[in-house]
Design a binder for this molecule. Sequence first.
Ligand SMILES: [Zn+2]
Length: 405
Amino acid sequence: MNSLLNESDWRNELDWLDSQNATMLQLVESLANINSGTFNLDGLKKVTNYLTAEFSKLDGDLAILESRPQLSINSTGKPEEQTLGDIIHISKRSDAKKKILLCIHMDTVYSKDHPFQKCQWLENGYLNGPGVADAKGGLIVMLYALLAFEKSPLAKNLGWEVLINPDEEIGSPGSVHLINEIAHRCTAGLLFEPALPDGTLVSWRKGSGNFTFVAKGRSAHSGREFENGRNAIVAMAKLMDAIDQLNSTPDITYNVGNFQGGGALNVVPDLAIGRVNVRIKTVEQQRQVEQQFAELVSRANQSDGISIDVHGQFSSPPKPISQGVIKLQHRINECAKILEKQISWRGTGGASDGNKFAAAGLPNIDTLGPLGGDIHSMDEYLIPESLAPSAKLVALILLSFANEN
Ligand SMILES: [Zn+2]
């Protein structure tokens, strides 16, 4: 397939990208200096405006779409709706026979009042800043790869869709419906989470699910009528311990991550909430966990005066190495050869929107962003000189698809 791309098919486009690294870096720095924590709607709006101006250069059909609200269980055990930011969707040559999805998120894990707000340069020449790698660098790599691709006469053969969502860091509850829709219209997906610091790309990913357990008991005065109380905290503690005991292999992990309940010490508590994150490698394991939870809850509900509900799901199913992924890996390895690079691949326990696209049937590679590390921490950094090379690899991938028709 590589042999189908002649040097004349890519030389000008890649040379142009080589000249753009400094501009790309400036854009990443400006973007990272705007806080866009998932729940900072004002910040997300600013980033949306900034990106809309930049991505308009692609001359596609650009639309700003509303997210669906996030549904969650609040600290009183009741369902709650949370408004999320807007989504940017761009489509070009939507009637093309073959279309590629390009996707990355604009939100970060750093809230408006987090101490990590601005970029600074490190002594080793790396850029330290909120979201520089995850995923503001990825946004700019995606943009420049497309700008380069659109300069090529081959571009007319290939359609593409861009999805920039505002809620990936909380599992994309407000944009997953679009992920499912787009997956069915495209033949492959390219996502722009950061590559590992040494350039390794991610092949498979574990699936992830968040579950909230709500226990209701009966309150009573702890002195006057203790015997009439039914203690929800104790029931929940037993359930959480039973869930923790399920940990027996690194393939499936159960993390009891949050526990709420109780008030005054002279009251038998009638409400407790336990929250658990589960990671699995296969769909069979997903079913197994769902069954385990159903059984544990039904056993706990046999206690007199206690009722427990479970909410939540595996919002990110596991992303295995499918036939489609193997083909994509092969294509990317071939494109890397043109750049005189060799790609290493490995799996990870972390989930991304790539899991959701894969579950909807779209083979994808999801670490095509720039090189960086220590993401989700104040040490997050970007390796600045990786911006143009990452965009070059993606431009070649797009050109190779366009050259096949
Ligand atoms: Zn990310």
